[in-house]
Ligand binder design. Structure first.
Ligand code: PMP
Length: 396
């Protein structure tokens, strides 16, 4: 029988993903789950995939099945450089590093930057998967306060004056879990702060293209290029199963990320990269993205309308311009883990917000809702049930 002490000290920090445990429970037939965080299968461009698979075989032949560069398949890096230009980001293909999901970049950053006890600053709440990526490298987290417009620059400035941090991790567009977007004024402030303190910022942007209203806001990468690792993915605009992530990092960071990646997987799947290259360079993303937006926009709208109708007055929530999530704040004293257990018994589910805080026990009265996985009528029904569950929790 193997004993626990077989494991490295850091391994024991990993823990099971709380969300995965919840998702197991809610995958029961008949449950309407608002707990997930994944794209609708209907958003995948299946007809395009069929067409470009053919094109990739014609164009690249056996090259698409050979070992490749750790940095990534050159045609994909070229296509991504052109794609980033549409966001105002200037990059040469050589500066772009392909990763296995953007999750692969987050792990790589943890591996090359975090020694045990180093500080990492992040939004409160933040993306759970980032905590999972960084925690095994044993950082201390510095949580930075947020409001409905994301991270508070003054709080960040004060935290950086108090502590030296290895990097700041932030999701400025339609954040997971809150849906919040950092306005331009704050991006300028953050850019000034990181330059003044000489701090590295990890700008994680998987949702930026899923915009249902308003105009593009320039990435912080465009404001302080030498201080920002811009991380993104094709998971939400192509297909997450392809695991196609990428980053644009300052040279020093990219150099070590490449070496770290060599040890993990040598490189990301060549064939999948070739598909992604064709998806971008053939103009398919530009043509398909509006369809994804038209699938999600009415779903979000239906959910927000239902929340207005069925949620108690003491609840408040975000009204995001895009992305996949709405964040809900209940009155103090309500324990959303307990409330979620009741919701699951009634046939619906959410993710209690407390899982998204770096420091355990915070955000007990908050929760995250996802609207990409169900149609409008189903979402409305789920929100009606949740409204009843919340009413009972308040009176019970
Ligand atoms: N960052 C954020 C903020 C996310 O929400 C996700 C996906 N849930 C990821 C990164 C990882 O995406 P992927 O590995 O599929 O690129």
């Amino acid at each position: 029988m193997l004993a626990e002490n077989l494991l490295a000290g850091r391994t024991r920090n990993m823990g099971a993903s709380a969300i995965r445990e919840i998702l197991k429970v809610v995958s029961r037939p008949g449950t309407i789950s608002l707990a997930g965080g994944i794209p609708a299968p209907r958003s995948f461009p299946m007809a395009i995939i069929e067409k470009i698979t053919e094109a990739v075989l014609q164009k690249f032949g056996s090259e698409a099945f050979q070992y490749g560069l750790t940095e990534g398949f050159p045609p994909l890096r070229e296509a991504l450089a052109a794609y980033l230009e549409t966001k105002g980001i200037v990059a040469t293909p050589e500066q772009i590093l392909i990763s296995t999901g953007s999750q692969g970049v987050l792990d790589g950053l943890g591996k090359i930057l975090i020694s045990p006890g180093d500080r990492v600053a992040l939004e409160a709440p933040t993306y759970l998967g980032a905590l999972q990526a960084f925690t095994p490298y044993e950082p201390r987290y510095v949580q930075i306060d947020t409001d409905d417009q994301g991270m508070l620059p003054d709080a960040l400035d004060a935290a950086l004056a108090r502590h030296s941090v290895k990097f700041i991790y932030m999701v400025p567009n339609f954040q997971n879990p809150t849906g919040r977007t950092l306005p331009m004024k704050r991006r300028l402030a953050v850019a000034e702060i990181i330059q003044r303190h000489g701090t590295l910022l990890v700008e994680d942007d998987p949702y930026g293209d899923l915009r249902y209203g308003g105009a593009l806001i320039a990435p912080i990468k465009t404001l302080a290029p030498e201080h920002v690792v811009y991380v993104s993915t094709l998971s939400k605009v192509f297909a997450p199963g392809l695991r196609m992530g990428f980053c644009l990092a300052p040279d020093l960071v990219r150099h070590w990320l490449v070496l770290a990646k060599q040890g993990v997987d040598l490189h990301t799947s060549t064939f999948d990269q070739a598909l992604a290259a064709e998806y971008l360079s053939g103009g398919h993303l530009a043509r398909h993205l509006p369809k994804i937006i038209e699938l999600y926009r009415p779903r979000q709208q239906a959910m927000l309308v239902a929340m207005e109708r069925f949620f108690p007055h003491s609840f408040s929530w975000t009204r995001p311009d895009g992305g996949m999530f709405v964040w809900v704040q209940g009155p103090m004293g309500l324990d959303m883990e307990a409330v979620n257990r009741t919701a699951v018994d009634r046939g619906t589910a959410f993710v209690p917000g407390t899982f998204f805080f770096a420091h355990p026990g915070e955000g007990k009265e908050t929760l995250r809702l996802n609207y990409t996985m169900a149609d409008e009528a189903t979402l409305t029904r789920a929100i009606e049930i949740l409204g009843e569950v919340f009413d009972e929790a308040l009176t019970g």
